[in-house]
Design a protein around this ligand. Structure first.
Ligand code: SF4
Length: 451
C-alpha cells in the first residue's frame, strides 16, 4: 500500500457530500487507504485518480480469477503474512487431476467424486473447486475431448489446462470458451509462444521455473510483455523446498513489494508423494503456508474432508465470528408437544447443540437467538443474551403457535436468569437444561413439560 489516507484525501474533491456512503471525504480516504472502500465509490474522482489509487491500493499479491459467472474461482489477493494481522482472503483451491492417459472409467470416477464430495458446514458448502486436465500423451485430440468431458460433467469446476504445447493449450482454452481456465505453464523454453496464447485467449498463465529465482526472472519478463494475470510454480517438488518457496514468495511480495513474486502459487502434492495420506499431509501444510492451489492426484472423502475443515478454520475471518441465522430450527420432526430449547447463534454452539439434539432422536424445537456470534456465557456477560432480550425473541419468534405447552429449556450456564426470565415471560415455565451439550440426549429423553 503506497498511499496514506492523507495522500488520497488530496486527490478527492472535498465536497463532503456523502454520496460515497461515507459522511466526509476524510473518512472515505481513510477507508480507501485501509482497503475497506473502493475509490470508484466517489462519483467525482477522475479516471486518472482512479487508476493511480487503484494501482497503489492493489493487494501485493494479485487476485486471479478463473471460471465464469456464478462459477468463478478467485485466489491470491492476500495482504498479510499472518492470519491474526487481518485475515486471509481466498482459501487455497483444491484440484483433482485427470489426464488423457487414464482409462475412461478412472476419469469418470474422479469426476463423480469431485461432484459428490461436498459438505455443508456452518452454512458453507465445502468442496474441491478445480479439475486439472493434463496432456500426458502429447495428443491434442484426446486432450480437448477430455476438456469437453470435464466441462460437461463438472460445470462448476474451475479448470487448469496442463500441456507443454502452446497450441494444445490454445485448443483446450477454446473448448472452455468464456469459462476461463489457467494455462499451465510457461517455461524458459516455450515462454514466447505461451505468452502469445495467454494474450489471445485472455487466460491467466502459470509461470514455471526450475528454481524460485528463475521463476521470478520469467515472471518479470512476462510482465514486461504486458501480461498481468500470472500464477507461480517455483518448480519445487519436495516438502522442504516447496514450503520454503511458499514463504519466500509471500514474504517477498508482502514485506518487500517484490513484484515478480506478487502472484498466487500453484503447487503439486500429486507429484510429491506416492500415497494419498502423505499427499494429504503435504497439502495440509501448503494450505497453511501459503499455496494458492494444491493439485491432488485424486480425492477421497477420508482425506478431503479434513483438508476442507482445516482450510475453513484458517480462512475464516478471525475478527468476525461465524454465526447461524436467528430462527426456529425443527430437529427430528417436532410437533406441538415437543420440547423447546434456546441457545445463542455462535455457529460452533449451534452445531454442537443441534448435533446432540439430533443424536438424541427426540423431536425438538431449537430456538437460535442472535447474539452476534458470541457464545452463551460471553453473550450473557455482554448483555446480548439477557432475560429481556430472550423474552422479546421468544414472543416474536412464533414458537407459541407451534407448541401447546409453555416450557422453555435454557442452557444450564444461565440458571441464574431463570427468575428474571419467568417475570419477562409470565406464561412460560423456565427449565434449566444441562451445562454440557453432551448431556442433552439423556435430559431430553426424560423431559416433561411444566408449563
Ligand atoms: S462522494 Fe466523493 S466528494 Fe462526496 S464525500 Fe464521498 S469522497 Fe467526498
Amino acid at each position: 500500500m503506497g498511499l496514506t489516507g492523507i495522500d488520497i484525501l488530496k486527490m478527492l474533491p472535498k465536497k463532503n457530500c456523502g454520496e460515497c456512503g461515507v459522511p466526509t471525504c476524510l473518512a472515505f480516504a481513510m477507508k480507501v487507504a485501509a482497503g475497506q472502500e473502493d475509490i470508484g465509490a466517489c462519483p467525482y474522482v477522475s479516471d486518472e485518480v482512479k487508476e493511480k489509487v487503484g494501482e497503489a491500493s492493489a493487494p501485493p499479491i494479485r487476485t486471479i480469477t478463473l471460471g465464469s459467472g456464478d462459477n468463478k474461482f478467485e485466489f491470491g489477493g492476500e495482504t498479510c503474512l499472518y492470519r491474526h494481522e487481518k485475515r486471509f482472503e481466498h482459501p487455497t483451491g483444491l484440484a483433482v487431476l485427470v489426464t488423457n492417459n487414464m482409462a475412461e472409467d478412472e476419469v469418470q470416477s474422479r469426476l463423480d467424486r469431485f461432484n459428490a464430495l461436498r459438505y455443508d458446514r456452518v452454512g458453507v458448502n465445502l468442496r474441491a473447486e478445480l479439475v486439472a486436465i493434463k496432456d500426458e500423451k502429447g495428443d491434442e485430440g484426446t486432450f480437448t475431448g477430455l476438456v469437453q468431458k470435464v466441462r460437461e460433467n463438472c460445470p462448476d469446476a474451475a479448470i487448469i489446462l496442463m500441456s507443454d504445447n502452446p497450441s494444445t493449450l490454445k485448443a483446450g482454452a477454446d473448448v472452455c470458451g468464456d469459462h476461463k481456465p489457467l494455462l499451465y505453464a510457461a517455461t524458459e523454453s516455450n515462454v514466447d509462444d505461451m505468452v502469445a496464447v495467454a494474450k489471445e485467449t485472455e487466460c491467466p498463465l502459470a509461470v514455471k521455473g526450475d528454481t524460485i529465482g528463475k521463476t521470478a526472472k520469467l515472471s518479470e519478463k512476462i510482465q514486461e510483455e504486458g501480461l498481468k494475470d500470472l500464477v507461480l510454480d517455483t518448480g519445487a517438488r519436495t516438502l522442504k523446498s516447496v514450503f520454503e518457496d511458499q514463504i519466500v514468495c509471500r514474504r517477498a511480495s508482502i514485506k518487500h513489494k517484490y513484484k515478480p513474486l506478487g502472484f498466487p502459487t500453484i503447487t503439486f502434492p500429486s507429484e510429491m508423494a506416492n500415497d494419498t495420506l502423505t499427499e494429504a499431509m503435504i497439502t495440509s501444510i501448503l494450505i497453511a503456508k501459503y499455496a494458492g492451489i494444491c493439485v491432488l492426484s485424486d480425492i477421497h472423502g477420508d482425506t478431503l474432508f479434513p483438508l476442507l475443515l482445516e482450510r475453513l478454520n484458517i480462512f475464516t475471518d478471525p475478527q468476525r465470528p461465524m454465526v447461524v441465522q436467528e430462527d426456529i430450527y425443527p430437529i427430528n420432526g417436532p410437533d406441538e408437544n415437543s420440547p423447546v430449547l434456546i441457545t445463542c447463534n455462535f455457529s460452533l454452539t449451534y452445531f454442537i447443540v443441534s448435533g446432540e439434539v439430533e443424536g438424541s432422536k427426540v423431536p425438538s424445537w431449537l430456538l437460535i437467538k442472535d447474539t452476534e456470534g458470541l457464545s452463551v456465557l460471553t453473550a450473557w456477560a455482554a448483555g446480548k443474551f439477557s432475560a429481556d432480550l430472550i423474552a422479546q425473541f421468544v414472543k416474536k419468534s412464533g414458537i407459541e403457535d407451534k407448541v401447546k405447552h409453555r416450557s422453555l429449556i435454557i442452557p444450564g450456564y444461565l440458571a441464574s436468569i431463570k427468575g428474571e426470565l419467568e417475570e419477562e415471560l409470565p406464561d412460560w415455565k423456565i427449565q434449566i437444561g444441562p451445562r454440557e451439550a453432551s448431556h442433552l440426549p439423556s435430559y431430553l429423553k426424560s423431559w416433561q413439560p411444566e408449563g
